[in-house]
Write a protein that binds this ligand. Sequence first.
Ligand code: DAH
Length: 343
Amino acid sequence: MENLLKKIEGYRNEIAAFTALDAKAVEEFRIKWLGTRGIVKEIMGAMKNVAADKKKEAGQLLNEFKLFAENKYAQLKETTINHQPDTSTQIDLTLPGDDIPLGSRHPVTLMRNRIVSIFQRLGFAVAEGPEIEDDWHNFGALNLPEHHPARDMQDTFYIQQNPDFLLRTHTSNVQIREMEKGVLPIRGIYPGRVYRNETVSARSHCFFHQVEGLYIDENVSFADLKQTLYFFVKEMYGKDVKVRFRPSYFPFTEPSAEMDVSCFICGGEGCSVCKKTGWVEILGCGMVHPNVLSNCGIDPNKYTGFAFGMGIERPAMLKYGINDIRLFSENDVRFLKQFTSAI
Ligand code: DAH
């Protein structure tokens, strides 16, 4: 009995001092102490050698010891599980970050921003106008009265329920809306979408985009118009590009002109883009017609001004080498994600 007591005391100390770092060590603990051939079983077997009068006391002692070993085992299991490194949530701070897919701007937006920002640097303020417009703002006020033959230059989508309303055929309607406000002088740049009833093909579409410019003040001359557009061309196409003005006709300007730049694909040698002429047409412009000023309540004897309008798709197609205008509106991500730029 004395011996058994001593033995158990020694075992208790051993168990109390035991620590396990991983599940394997805990399992070894279980086998050593609580297994079928473990120490607890072994000393239980030694009970038979205990004198009959001590059996009760010894049985109690052994039971307590067994419980002690079992508790320790439970505790070891608990702590090693809790301290197991959880590989599912562990973060390796040295790994590179996940890529966040970034969208890219639409090529029409890129080109519009480029054009607009050049004029903004000259003090032109950005404004927009409605795409569903009335006849007056799209045609009438721009010196295109009903039955004017120049209306045929722009095939128009009319609103069925009320043909006095239409989808604007150009951004020139914004000129009228800005002049009507009566706040002078005006120096504005007006980007937007326009619509024409044209057969859709690789070269033309039933909707596209334009940028309109307007400058109204006292003593604005054709020289101001030329200088402003020269500046634009140099910024847009580079210092070596040549410019020419050709006389033209628009009902809302007098005199009117179209501006060409030397072909930036072939440098003026002649290629398929410039149709062997060496020149690419980029915009229409002119001095705002006195009738247009009067239509907007501006005194043409006091104020003069110039206006211009240009498409966005064509310069974008030339810049990015796009050969089909329909690509702009098909929303094919493989096409769209190719265009990157700071603006
Ligand atoms: N609105 C014309 C068009 O769509 C472009 C244009 C020409 C606008 C001359 C103007 C201008 O402001 O002065 O073809």
